[in-house]
Design a protein around this ligand. Structure first.
Ligand SMILES: N[C@@H](CCC(=O)N[C@@H](CS)C(=O)NCC(=O)O)C(=O)O
Length: 203
């Protein structure tokens, strides 16, 4: 049985959602963020030295990094969620899987942390806002008329990009990004996503 170490309000919801879409049995171990710091509790350090979520345990091995976890789960249980290897759609899919953690999360996290500095962070705001716009504009542009990022059905790239897309809503920028807003509505309407939310304790 696959174990998922899930932190509330975090990227690990993507893993629960993927498992629900794949119809794979799994066990969720829930962790709550510290009410003051919003950080993960120290119990997660016992699972992996980084102390972050998501983490899965599968066949006696611990795997971290959302992108890697998604690839492992799709290889084992969901080849239909990844375009055929060696095709241009596959290369684009790979690019977006990496973009989701390796690129767009940088301005998102900078915005969050530098925002905590108040006025002291002001010199950095124009660059951070420009980079947020750059990355969100790219996502809006790449999203296909079908409402998916690659080909015309749900893929692992849609699952990975659901987290950065959700930040658009948190920042109140839905009007600027109508395609991404429709993408978020599509996600929320999926029964598997709703089951994942429930499995994660509502977040
Ligand atoms: N690149 C990693 C990021 C993992 C990560 O930073 N997770 C956040 C949740 S969104 C976390 O555990 N934060 C709690 C903390 O840093 O204390 C992945 O995609 O899995």
């Amino acid at each position: 049985m696959i174990k998922v170490h899930h932190l509330n309000h975090s990227r690990s919801l993507r893993i629960l959602w993927l498992l629900e879409e794949l119809g794979v049995d799994y066990e969720v171990i829930r962790y709550a963020r510290d009410a003051k710091t919003n950080l993960a509790p120290p119990e997660l350090l016992k699972i992996h030295p980084l102390g972050k979520s998501p983490v899965i345990e599968i066949d006696g091995q611990t795997v971290t990094e959302s992108g890697a976890i998604v690839e492992v789960l799709c290889a084992l249980h969901g080849p239909h969620m990844v375009p055929e290897a060696g095709t241009p759609a596959h290369w684009q899919h790979l690019e977006l899987i990496h973009f989701a953690e390796g690129s767009v999360m940088t301005p998102i996290l900078l915005n969050l942390y530098v925002g905590l500095l108040g006025e002291a962070g002001a010199p950095l705001h124009p660059r951070i806002q420009a980079e947020l716009k750059n990355h969100f504009d790219h996502m809006e542009r790449v999203l296909r008329p079908s409402g998916h990022f690659v080909l015309d059905d749900l893929s692992a790239a849609d699952i990975m990009l659901s987290f950065p897309a959700s930040v658009i809503k948190r920042l109140g920028r839905q009007d600027t990004y109508p395609r991404l807003s429709a993408f978020l509505e599509m996600i929320e309407s999926r029964p598997a996503y709703q089951r994942a939310l429930k499995a994660g304790g509502g977040a």
